[in-house]
Ligand binder design. Sequence first.
Ligand SMILES: C[S@@+](CC[C@H](N)C(=O)[O-])C[C@H]1O[C@@H](n2cnc3c(N)ncnc32)[C@H](O)[C@@H]1O
Length: 167
Amino acid sequence: MLTPALPAVFADFESVFPRTGKALELACGSGAAAVWLAMRGLDVHGVDVSDVAIEQARLIARQSGVAMRCRFDSVDLDLGLPPGDAVDLLLCHRFRDRRLDGAVIGRLAPGGLLAICALREVGSAPGRFRVRPGELRTAFAALEVVAAGASDKQEWLLARASPATAT
Ligand SMILES: C[S@@+](CC[C@H](N)C(=O)[O-])C[C@H]1O[C@@H](n2cnc3c(N)ncnc32)[C@H](O)[C@@H]1O
């Protein structure tokens, strides 16, 4: 069985990830991260265009005893984000679609965390799913940066929506 796990790039920041509330994972693949989040206590919605990956994710959720906190759907993100409530965590690991940036920001609940990581164009051919250096910070400048980094291969960002302001 695929082991549920937070993507390694975020491992040093595990404590920043919420333990309660709602999470959305875009392009969740076989669900290792989504199931890890559910085991942590979140109610998770994972979406991916691959029916095979979604079936695998549902299986891992059942085997991990967290199926009741997981929903996995086949969704083509070319058509936009699936409808849903604001989330406390939005995770997107190794998938990139610039057209979704505004909707991603808009989906975060006040104080909600975005965790995003994408492969870089540097050292490889430009591609639709790859980021240019500094692209994530620029794309999500409306959010407050918690941490960010880059390696030869990838670029990542943890950033928060503004907390709710008392009226
Ligand atoms: C490199 S994998 C990353 C999977 C997972 N996030 C992980 O880190 O293991 C990219 C994922 O994007 C999904 N994907 C590609 N195009 C998509 C689309 N238009 N809508 C939804 N998912 C898509 C693929 O099916 C694949 O699972």
